[in-house]
Design a protein around this ligand. Structure first.
Ligand code: FEO
Length: 400
């Protein structure tokens, strides 16, 4: 059963939950599912704002018809974002309502042709342009790269609702409640950070541009394409996104290690003891071979300290660590208070490669790297303890 919910006067949430996709974009785990939020304005003209993924057709169409009935057509589909988790059903909507006009900016229209071969029923809008529906109006604000080049947001000025696309979104299905006052925001907090860092983080500068551009709009409701709708305290999610996109970190350490025969792991244990001895309360330890990159990226994004430990493998760093470093670099992780440790058997290379990463990423390496041959000595374990303590002290004093 589909349950459209009013989010304004004749404005409805008509989204769906996805509890069966394991990996978003075939990359990012969805242990708590995800929602694809879509919205409908039922006015003299009917507009749908963003659609959903293409595997919920029946449920989604039933939701629309439960609001407008089977006689009244949908006149406009506003495409704020072309990624197929929102555009997948476009052709089904056109089959059902052949008079439908698809509204997007110049880049959207190009992508509609490229993804779906759609070259008719299109209306191009420019930045700031308005679409009158009757009592309601939609204003379009281009916000490129939040999260694709064509991305825009739609604003309804009478009810001050911002249809924000992916911005302000979160992983996690909507468990009955859809509004911030119907859910526990803290329960979504970690999934919001993971969503941001995994999906949007690379484009943080563009998020800042969008926040600046939209800062003069009065906002009563923020309606993202994923996660809760913010009507009681929209400022909360704006603040969360502002901090995440400025990479404002909190005191804590992400300690990531790889280990083949528990020698590097024993160094990690000494590092962890040192960090806790310095008073660190948030210490997130990840075995790089077993924690999904998604969760390591999340923690690296939010904590001020980053400690990397791994063995040498084929004269370079342990492959799972290598993959992580490439991803963190790709995501444009900002500077952190850092430390590095590792092992080698007969020729080094692992620690060197991790240090080169910290250099490229302009990280502040606050303690000498510790590199052990085969099995760490007592002195090397003591040095690891000291490394953890120094990074711990740095994050206690330096987090912004
Ligand atoms: Fe939810 Fe960038 O798609």
């Amino acid at each position: 059963m589909h349950c459209p919910r009013a989010i304004g006067n004749n404005i409805y949430w008509i989204g769906v939950n996805d509890r069966s996709t394991d990996l978003f974009e075939s990359l990012w785990p969805l242990p708590h599912g995800i929602s694809y939020n879509s919205y409908l304005i039922n006015d003299a003209k009917v507009a749908v704002i963003d659609a959903v993924k293409d595997d919920s057709t029946h449920q989604y169409m039933a939701g629309i018809e439960s609001v407008i009935g089977s006689e009244k057509p949908v006149d406009f589909l506003v495409v704020n974002h072309m990624e197929p988790d929102h555009s997948g059903l476009i052709m089904r909507l056109l089959e059902r309502w052949p008079g439908l006009t698809v509204v997007g900016n110049r880049k959207t229209l190009g992508m509609l042709g490229e993804f779906y071969g759609l070259t008719t029923n299109l209306r191009e809008v420019a930045d700031g342009e308005e679409l009158k529906l009757g009592q309601h109006t939609l204003q379009f604000h281009l916000t490129p790269m939040v999260h694709w080049p064509e991305t825009m947001m739609s604003y309804e000025p009478h009810e001050q609702i911002l249809f924000a696309g992916d911005a302000f979104g979160s992983f996690g299905a909507l468990d009955g409640g859809i509004f911030d006052d119907e859910i526990e925001p803290q329960a979504y907090r970690e999934e919001t950070v993971r969503y941001f860092s995994n999906i949007i983080g690379k484009y943080s500068k563009m998020v800042q541009n969008a926040l600046g551009k939209l800062s003069s709009l009065p906002l009563k409701v923020i309606a993202s394409t994923h996660g809760p709708i913010w009507r009681t305290n929209p400022g909360y999610i704006v603040d969360v996104y502002d901090r995440l996109s400025r990479q404002v970190t909190v005191p804590g350490i992400t300690l990531v290690y790889g280990s083949m025969y528990k020698n590097t792991e024993s160094m990690m244990e000494a590092v962890a003891c040192g960090a806790v001895a310095a008073g660190v309360e948030s210490l997130k330890i990840h075995d790089v071979s077993r924690s999904h990159l998604s969760y390591i990226i999340r923690d690296a994004w939010q904590y001020q300290g980053l400690i990397l430990g791994a063995p040498t493998y084929d004269t370079g760093v342990f492959p799972a660590m290598d993959s992580l470093l490439r991803r963190l670099e790709g995501k444009k992780l900002g500077p952190r208070s850092a430390g590095v440790f590792g092992t080698y058997g007969w020729s080094g290379g692992g620690v060197k490669q991790m240090l080169e990463f910290t250099e490229r990423m302009k990280m502040n390496v606050v303690a000498p790297a510790v590199e052990a041959c085969c099995r760490p000595t007592r002195a090397e374990l003591a040095a690891c303890h000291e490394l953890g303590r120094k990074v711990g002290e740095a994050v206690q004093h330096g987090a912004g």
